[in-house]
Design a protein around this ligand. Structure first.
Ligand code: ADP
Ligand code: MG
Length: 388
């Protein structure tokens, strides 16, 4: 655990870069420091490994004041990744990766093994070990930069805008990589960025900085739901705040046990079910609960003489996959004038039902601004006939 207690940093020229901040970072947590340029992010981060000495206050790591530790030792047990990768051009990839382990006097075998296994984790072949950084693409170089920070088994990794110089696709791949590595290896990561999308994607908690102070420190969800002040709001941006309500998934508003009938049920049984439950339509499932279609009272009545089981008269039904964001489907659901829409899981099993009324209540008033809504998630129409 890393704890800042009333920490300030005043530079020689009188600049108050960090102004009396107090916050805690738990073990294994991914914390993102975000803020405008000059807000004190880098200074805050570098005080953790004493690349910058604080002017006042205390920084405690695992119950020890870092002032009481040898600064060089401290630095070696904390990984550090910067934007320009910081790879040494005249050293091979291998030599770069094992720089710190070497300083820590690991034996050769252990270093080699560690380098190889880390390279695998970032989907690079061990052939790269003998190459030089300039023979690698920017994305590959940054992967090596990330690996190097992990190579000496450091519990804490500091990353200062590590992906700022990369193209969006490489950047996204590396964000995913870092998040996975962190979760898998249980490292504590402190990550600086000025990109809110990056912060929201990676962080367990985000510290929003402005003029040397932390103005809000909370989970992405809580920050989006309750921005602490106008600065945070403007930093998040209007669009994103509008999106948050739509970030609820259909699962959060669905009725969990919709009224159903099995496909092999008789029409009479279906009618009974309708009367008992006071509904005029029923979702149809197979014995395992896979959604098959829908029947309504009218069609049962019409086919009373012609059909024996529900299977013969049910019709296709539109459905939405579990996990779909309300914001991606709500407007179209409402426009289509469905009374309700079933929600199915990956295997097509019925999970619940979102009613139009629920949608109108939840969505319409709270979130539906003027913007023409999204197009990303298709409403899927199940066509039993097609699939047969
Ligand atoms: P950020 O990383 O959020 O952009 P920094 O922590 O680098 O911000 O800087 C915070 C403030 O401290 C800025 O006003 C910056 O100009 C100032 N600053 C940073 N480093 C120094 C330095 N070595 N000497 C004087 N002022 C500095
Ligand atoms: Mg900076």
């Amino acid at each position: 655990m890393i704890e800042f207690k009333n920490v300030s940093k005043v530079y020689g020229d009188g600049t108050k870069a960090v102004d009396d901040i107090s916050f805690k970072i738990n073990k294994g947590e991914f914390v993102v420091l975000i803020g405008t340029s000059g807000s004190g992010k880098t200074t805050t981060m570098r005080m953790i490994n004493r690349m910058i000495e604080s002017t006042s206050g205390e920084i405690i790591i695992d119950d020890k004041n870092i002032k009481d530790e040898n600064a060089v030792n401290l630095r070696r047990r904390i990984g550090y990744v910067i934007q320009q990768t910081g790879l040494m051009p005249h050293m091979t990839v291998y030599e770069n990766i094992v720089m710190v382990p070497k300083l820590l006097k690991w034996d050769k075998e252990k270093m080699r093994k560690s380098a190889e296994s880390l390279l695998k984790k970032v989907d690079m072949s061990t052939e790269f070990l003998d190459r030089y950084p300039q023979e690698l693409s920017g994305g590959q170089q940054q992967r090596i930069g990330v690996i190097r920070a992990l190579a000496a088994d450091q519990d804490i990794i500091l990353m200062d805008e590590p992906f700022g110089a990369l193209d969006p696709i490489t950047r996204e791949a590396l964000q995913e990589l870092v998040k996975n590595l962190q979760e898998e290896m249980g490292r504590t990561v402190v990550f600086v960025t000025h990109d809110m999308d990056e912060a929201l994607k990676l962080a367990d908690r985000i510290a929003i900085m402005s003029e040397g102070k932390i103005v809000q420190y909370d989970t992405p969800d809580n920050i989006l739901a309750n921005p602490a002040n106008a600065f945070v709001e403007s930093f998040l941006g209007e669009d994103r705040l509008q999106q948050t309500a739509t970030m609820q998934t259909v699962d959060q508003v669905m009725i969990k046990k919709p009224i159903t009938v099995k496909s092999e049920a008789t029409l009479g049984e279906a009618i009974k079910q309708m009367q008992a439950r006071r509904v005029d339509t029923l979702l149809v499932t197979d014995v395992e609960g896979h959604l098959q279609g829908v029947v309504d009272f009218e069609s049962i009545n019409r086919n009373r003489k012609k059909a024996a089981t529900i299977q013969e008269i049910m019709t296709d039904v539109y459905y939405v996959k579990s996990g779909t964001l309300l914001g991606n489907v709500a407007d179209r659901l409402l426009k289509r004038e469905f009374k309700s829409i079933p929600i199915v899981d990956e295997e097509g099993k019925l999970q619940g039902l979102v009613t139009r009324t629920a949608l109108v209540d939840i969505v319409y008033n709270t979130i539906w601004g003027d913007n023409e809504a999204s197009e990303s998630v298709p409403l899927e129409k199940m066509s039993l006939k097609d699939s047969e």
